[in-house]
Design a protein around this ligand. Structure first.
Ligand code: AMP
Ligand code: MG
Length: 346
């Protein structure tokens, strides 16, 4: 059991002492949870296999699920990737720093544990001032998956990290709530056509505008066929899930409210995951995740709402379906996994 210290810093007035504590711990091979613009990350020195192993242990993460390596500037691309195609440079210029991860062929410098034995590595340059300052101060690429227990919703506040990892890690840097709220877009540049493996803050439309043709992996919105190999190993696991059963509902607000009314009348202990201001109409217990029609606000609020669902004491929570365009595709992708792909169309 470790003693978990939480150090706070305002991202717009960074406390250098806090950054120094984080970088010292990372250089000593310890784990540090840091805020990023997507979700909180659990960071370790990506070049130290022993330090990276601690991430898998603290999270209970399956060893075959590779980690994203966070770098301080685009120059880090050529240190971690064996080949840097033109498309990677164009994407870095357009979207870095920011919520975009690129999969490229890896160099020998990246230990096999980081890439879970794959010949590729996932690379991202975060824009969050605290994450950027920590990577700079450590002077190292940092392997950092989301700072939650494996399977549970990703953390978008330091309190979420503490709830999951208290006693399992030594240090959490509290830089406030995350701005994007869902994990980065993952795009692989290892094949003939760039392919989105996980939707996130950078939308397929934005990627297509820079690259021309892109593909979206079918696993983004469909369960993997039995025995199929996941292009992104993380996509095959049950994810982001509360203990309560989640069911996504396609339909209008009026149809959604009627469904809840009839399920309650038939004796089902159910709750609603709806949009702000809809609680009275859909009946309580209800929890809101963002504003109807505003995918960015839904992305920011989804994981916090999924963390709060179990406290409602329901057997089933019915969730309003987000719009599936733009950032909404990322919200839908996370909600699908929380729902184990259970959907109802009204
Ligand atoms: P997390 O950091 O917990 O949000 O998860 C990282 C995601 O990136 C997972 O879905 C991984 O499967 C994916 N990923 C990381 N490295 C690779 C890689 N080399 N090839 C394909 N997917 C990767
Ligand atoms: Mg994760």
């Amino acid at each position: 059991m470790l003693t978990t210290t939480v150090l706070k810093t305002d991202p717009s007035h960074i406390d250098e002492k806090v950054i120094l504590s984080a970088s010292a711990a990372l250089k000593a091979g310890e784990l540090v949870a840091i805020p990023t613009e997507t979700v909180y990350g659990l960071a370790a020195n990506a070049l130290d296999a022993h330090a990276v192993e601690k991430i898998f242990i603290a999270k209970g993460r399956p060893q075959d699920n590779p980690l994203i390596v966070h770098i301080a500037d685009p120059a880090g691309l050529s240190l971690c990737a064996a080949e840097v195609p033109e498309s990677a440079l164009r994407l870095a210029k357009a979207f870095w720093p920011g919520p975009l991860t690129m999969i490229l062929k890896k160099t020998e410098r990246i230990p096999g544990i980081v890439s879970a034995g794959l010949p590729s590595v996932a690379l991202r340059m975060p824009s969050h001032p605290v994450a950027a300052a920590v990577i700079h101060a450590a002077g190292l690429p940092l392997a950092a998956p989301s700072a939650n227990l494996s399977g549970s919703p990703s953390p978008t506040s330091a309190a979420h990290v503490f709830d999951d990892l208290n006693g399992r890690i030594g240090l959490i840097i509290d830089g406030g709530d995350c701005g994007v709220g869902v994990e980065s877009t993952v795009v692989t540049l290892c094949g003939d056509t760039p392919r989105v493996l996980r939707p996130g803050g950078i939308t397929p439309e934005q990627l297509a505008a820079v690259l021309g043709g892109i593909e979206i992996d079918p696993a983004v919105t469909k369960p993997l066929a039995k025995g199929a190999r996941a292009a992104s190993p993380g996509m095959k696991y049950r994810h982001y899930a509360p203990r309560t059963r989640v069911v996504i509902v396609h339909g209008s607000l009026a149809e959604f409210a009627a469904l809840l009314k009839s399920r309650r009348a038939s004796g089902e202990r159910c709750a609603a995951l709806c949009f702000e201001g809809e609680e009275a109409l859909v009946g309580r217990p209800a929890l809101a995740y963002g504003i109807a029609g505003d995918a960015a606000s839904q992305a920011r609020k989804l994981f916090g709402a999924l963390r709060a669902v179990d406290a409602l004491g329901a057997e089933t929570v019915y969730a309003r379906c987000p719009p599936r365009e733009g950032v909404g595709l990322a919200v839908y992708n996370r909600l699908l996994r929380a729902a184990a792909f259970q959907e109802i169309a009204l």
